[in-house]
Design a protein around this ligand. Sequence first.
Ligand SMILES: [Fe+2]
Length: 251
Amino acid sequence: MMTAFAPAAPSVQHFLAQDYSHYTAADQHVWQLLFDRQMALLPGRASDAFLDGIRRIGFTREAIPDFRQVNPLLQQLTGWELVVVPGIVDDMVFFGLLAEKKFPATTWLRTLEQLDYLEEPDMFHDVFGHLPLLTDAGFADFLQRLGEAAVHHSLRWPGNLELFTRLYWFTAEFGLIQQPDGLRIYGAGLLSSHGEVRFSLGQEPVRLPFTLDGVLETPFEKDKFQDLYFVLDHMEQLPESLAQLQARLLE
Ligand SMILES: [Fe+2]
């Protein structure tokens, strides 16, 4: 039982709803452009787990995903759901939601004029980028445990939060994986970015084998292409690295 002095995990009590009738023909056109552009690029560049996930969740060029259809399917596949938030949420709140198998998503979509530059993630990032891997039982389980561990280890020692944020950043957002048939992307920040898909697999950035130490020692910057990516050999390294981090924090 929680004592009177134990800090409580932050939580979101009320979520918004996606107002589907709010989307205009122009929004649907932008979705179609983004979807077509990305799907032309991703075969041979995105991981099998992501491409399988796109098929499982049933995203198409024809329509902006409707959360009323996506959520029952996602619930059935892995027990996760999308919850609507107005924008970027605080890191502790974010991890608290992951622990509850809730993925926070915005519902606004960039305009034609903003196709390649955004100050904050829109639903093309949150939904197209993240949802497919949330249909993968192994990855979804990793993310839920990451959320739980981040909250557990950071409530009393807030300095630990940065460790979990880095692990999240270099995997779920910007992770690469070496598949038997080549180098592939599984991070949502890359998969939803037209420019960074090519950049991350090209000659310019540094790519290092994924290690927990490497990730924990590397600060990251938002709002620009990454200088450095970590490459998994296999997806099981994700839960292994999380268990390793938790064990260290208990020492
Ligand atoms: Fe993201």
